[in-house]
Every structure is written in C-alpha cells, then in structure tokens.
Design a protein around this ligand. Structure first.
Ligand code: 3HC
Ligand code: NAD
Length: 310
C-alpha cells in the first residue's frame, strides 16, 4: 500500500478507536513536535503546542498547514470543500503557547519533542511535574536517550513512558511505545490505546538504546558516512545503491539530512559516551564538521545536499 493509502487508512482507523486522552500538550514545535501536533489534532483531540518563541511557533503552524493541505487533497480529492473543512478544523484544534507550565494545567498527556539533550529534557520535566494534574501522563519522543534516565527527575515515574514517532509524522505509520522501569500497566495500555486513536501502528519496546528502529537504523546511517569518508563511493551513489539495492524509499545520506544532522550527532555522541568500546558509535568527523558549520540538513537548507528554502 502506498503512503497515500496508508494516510487514508490510518486516518479512518483513528476515528474508530477511543482514547481516555482528549487534551494533549506537545513541547517542542520543530520537525517532530509539529507533526505530532498535526496527527493528534487530525484525530479530533485538542492540542497545545509549546515552543520558546512565537516566531518558531509561526513556522510550526505554517508547516502543519502545508502538510494538512497535502493530506486533505488526497483524502478528499473528489470533494475539495470537505477537504478544506477537514484541514481548517484540524488546524483550529491546535493552540500555541510559549509558557510550558500554563500549557500543562488541564492536559491529559504531555509529549516532549525538544532538543535531544538530557539536561534540557530534565529541566523541562522537573518544571512540568509540579504543574501538571496528578493523572497526566508524561512521554518523551527521544530518539536515543533512556526513558529511565529522562524520568529520573520526576515523581510520576509510574505515569512516564516513551512515545517515539517517525519522520515525517503525518506519513510514517509506526509509533514505538516504550516502558520505563516503573511505567504501570495502566499507563502503558493508555499510551498504546492513544497511539491507535491517532491512527498509528504501535509496537512495544523496553527502555533500551534506540528502542527498535534506531538501534538498527542509526548504525546503518553511521556506516554509510564512514563509507563516504573513506571515499569508497559518492553520497549520491550510496543513496541510489540503497534505494535500488535494498528497496529503501530514501538512501542513508538523504535520510540523515531529513532526520537532521544535529539529531543524529546527539544520538551517536550519547551512545559513544555510554558504550566507548563500540566502534559503530564512534564520532564521525564529516558529520561533526557539518553540524559545527550549522549545516543540519533539510531544516537549514543544506546538509550533505542543498535544498530549496521553503
Ligand atoms: C531518528 C528518529 O528518531 C527516527 C526517525 O524518524 S528515522 C526516519 C524514519 N523515516 C524514514 O525513513 C523516511 C523514509 N522516506 C520516505 O518514506 C519517503 O521518502 C517520504 C514519505 C519521506 C517522501 O515520499 P516520496 O515519495 O519520496 O516523496 P513525496 O512525493 O514528497 O511524498 C510522497 C507522498 O507522501 C505524502 N507526504 C510526504 N511528506 C508529507 C508530509 N510532510 N505531510 C503530508 N504528506 C506527506 C504525500 O501524500 C506525498 O504525496 P504529495 O507529493 O502528493 O503530497
Ligand atoms: N528528527 C527526527 O527524525 C526525529 C524522529 C524521532 C524523534 N526525534 C526526537 O525528537 C526530539 C526533537 O527532534 P526534532 O528533530 O523535532 O528537533 P528540532 O530541532 O526540529 O525541534 C526541537 C524544537 O524544540 C524546541 N525547544 C528546545 N528546547 C525547548 C524548551 N526547553 N522548551 C520548549 N521548546 C524547546 C526548539 O526551539 C525546536 O523548535 C529529539 O529528542 C529527537 O531525538 C527526532
């Protein structure tokens, strides 16, 4: 089934699955947070999207509205009015805010999608733990950090888990639901049910580095960069090879640009610190150079490739 078929199926499925969660607060309106806000609002839930300033939030809303338009055109291709109504109503369910404490006052679920840095995530969750209602579940969309490490600063460890989405969130059907050491069955079940209510196919995973996908995908992308550094092949040919040779929709180098070179560097640096003897996680000079130059991939207009500014 192609991506479009997936979008329609997941959209119609979500309407059929009820969830106890009605109000969701997403902290971080970047690549991932904006996509998570969009799919949650598409499923009829109320969303508050938080970031550090209104300029970033305006960019988030622009990207969400562009994506809603693409999806509406596909789902309602024979009825443009209905499509516009779908996109407008979903967009209206998303409120934006720059004060995370106020944004969690009446929420059922907080999903954190901020920078992949443990100290920054700790500072945020410590602040929110005393502000959110007792029943509220906290989840992190972290790519690589331990859920137990992230939740170590909050009291509600029983209502804390991982909800790991995939980029682009409106299209990728998978949601990894991760249990921490103290996540209760009821919290886990609520997260699984919520994932289904927004049209995702949920898989369960323990709190292990990279969960399922990234544990396999990040080393693969890192090895592609080492192949490039050795001069064994060009970036273009590496990407063509994996698309035509392994059937991937994107090659590893273009995927690195798509995910964000900063995010990938944060993941590898964290794993190299925890597993210094694992050669797969060793720092990659070509990646670190581009990040140092601010060339982070699609989101900055240049990474290993150049992109038209949106
Ligand atoms: C590191 C992290 O922790 C974990 C991760 O996220 S790892 C990364 C996981 N993600 C991947 O591996 C992505 C692999 N790439 C892909 O699946 C595909 O290349 C892609 C879906 C991104 C784009 O598909 P592709 O056919 O190459 O290009 P494109 O024509 O732009 O998109 C195909 C259709 O998908 C849909 N689509 C793509 N991006 C979309 C978006 N942001 N919003 C809405 N719809 C979108 C649209 O229906 C589009 O049709 P359209 O052009 O008529 O709107
Ligand atoms: N990029 C991906 O493909 C991908 C996929 C799955 C998970 N993730 C994870 O999701 C998280 C976000 O990744 P991203 O790619 O969306 O990053 P991003 O840089 O696109 O977005 C991060 C956003 O968080 C905001 N932010 C940072 N600190 C904040 C704070 N204290 N309060 C509020 N907002 C704050 C930033 O302003 C930015 O807009 C990371 O943990 C990453 O590992 C990324």
């Amino acid at each position: 089934m192609n991506q479009f078929g997936v979008i329609v199926r997941s959209f119609s499925n979500s309407a059929a699955v009820n969830s106890a969660i009605k109000n969701v607060t997403i902290i971080g309106g970047g690549l991932m947070g904006s996509g998570i806000a969009q799919v949650t609002a598409q499923a009829g839930q109320n969303v508050t999207l938080v970031d550090v300033n209104s300029d970033i939030l305006a960019k988030s809303q622009k990207s969400i509205n562009n994506s809603l338009g693409r999806i509406a055109k596909k789902i309602y291709k024979d009825n443009p009015q209905e499509g516009e109504k779908f996109a407008r109503e979903a967009s209206e369910r998303i409120k934006t805010a720059t004060d995370p404490v106020a944004a969690v006052k009446d929420t059922d679920l907080v999903i954190e999608a901020i920078v992949e840095n443990l100290d920054v995530k700790h500072a945020l969750f410590q602040k929110l733990d005393n502000a959110a209602p007792a029943h509220t579940i906290f989840a992190s969309n972290t790519s690589s950090l331990s859920i137990n490490d992230i939740s170590s600063v909050v009291k509600r460890k029983d209502r804390f888990g991982g909800l790991h989405f995939f980029n682009p969130v409106p299209v990728m059907r998978l949601l990894e639901v991760v249990r921490g050491g103290e996540t209760t069955d009821s919290t886990f079940d609520t997260m699984m049910q919520w994932g289904k209510s927004i049209g995702k196919t949920c898989v369960a995973c323990k709190d292990t580095p990279g969960f399922i996908v990234n544990r396999l995908l990040v080393p693969y992308m890192a090895e592609a960069l080492r192949l490039l550094e050795r001069g064994d092949a060009s970036a273009r040919d590496i990407d063509i090879a994996m698309k035509l040779g392994a059937g991937y929709p994107m090659g590893p180098i273009e995927l690195l640009d798509y995910v964000g070179l900063d995010t990938t560097k944060f993941i590898l640096d964290g794993w190299n610190k925890n597993y210094p003897d694992q050669p797969l996680f060793k720092p990659i000079p070509i990646l670190n150079k581009l990040v140092a130059e601010g060339k982070l991939g699609v989101k900055t207009g240049e990474g290993f490739y150049k992109y038209d500014k949106k």
